[in-house]
Write a protein of this length. Structure first.
Length: 136
């Protein structure tokens, strides 16, 4: 069972649970769990406690716990998080903007360079993928 499966299984009707399985353009400023499914696409700003990305998110993110699943992609302008987990295959790409981590003691589960978006698509070859465990 993955983090998102367990979290959603324990709290299927949790107050503040927002599931995006289609296309959503706008802002989310509340909720305790925002889950973007593998078919979901979000463009805008998200402020929440837990963000799980299995689809595509573009915009600014401010969260406590950020998980990018193996099929997830986050293209961010500004980002702030306490805990970060990126599964093998997940992408975290910085568009021009600022990166802010809450404190120097924030936990990182893996060291992955964050690249500036140059306008052309960049992919990671299968021989360049990192293997790691994540939890928060």
């Amino acid at each position: 069972m993955t983090f998102d499966d367990g979290l959603l299984a324990e709290n299927p009707q949790a107050p503040g649970l927002i599931v995006i399985s289609g296309t959503f353009n706008g802002n989310i400023y509340n909720g305790s769990i925002v889950y973007v499914t593998s078919n979901g696409s979000f463009k805008g700003n998200i402020i929440t406690k837990n963000l799980i990305i299995a689809g595509k998110v573009t915009g600014s993110v401010q969260v406590e716990n950020l998980k990018i699943c193996d099929s997830g992609k986050l293209f961010f302008d500004k980002i702030r998080y306490d805990n970060l987990c990126i599964e093998e295959g997940g992408l975290l790409i910085e568009a021009p903007g600022n990166v802010e981590v809450k404190s120097p003691s924030a936990r990182f589960n893996v060291s992955i360079p964050i690249s500036k978006e140059t306008g052309k698509k960049e992919t990671i070859g299968s021989d360049e993928l990192l293997h790691f465990d994540c939890s928060y």
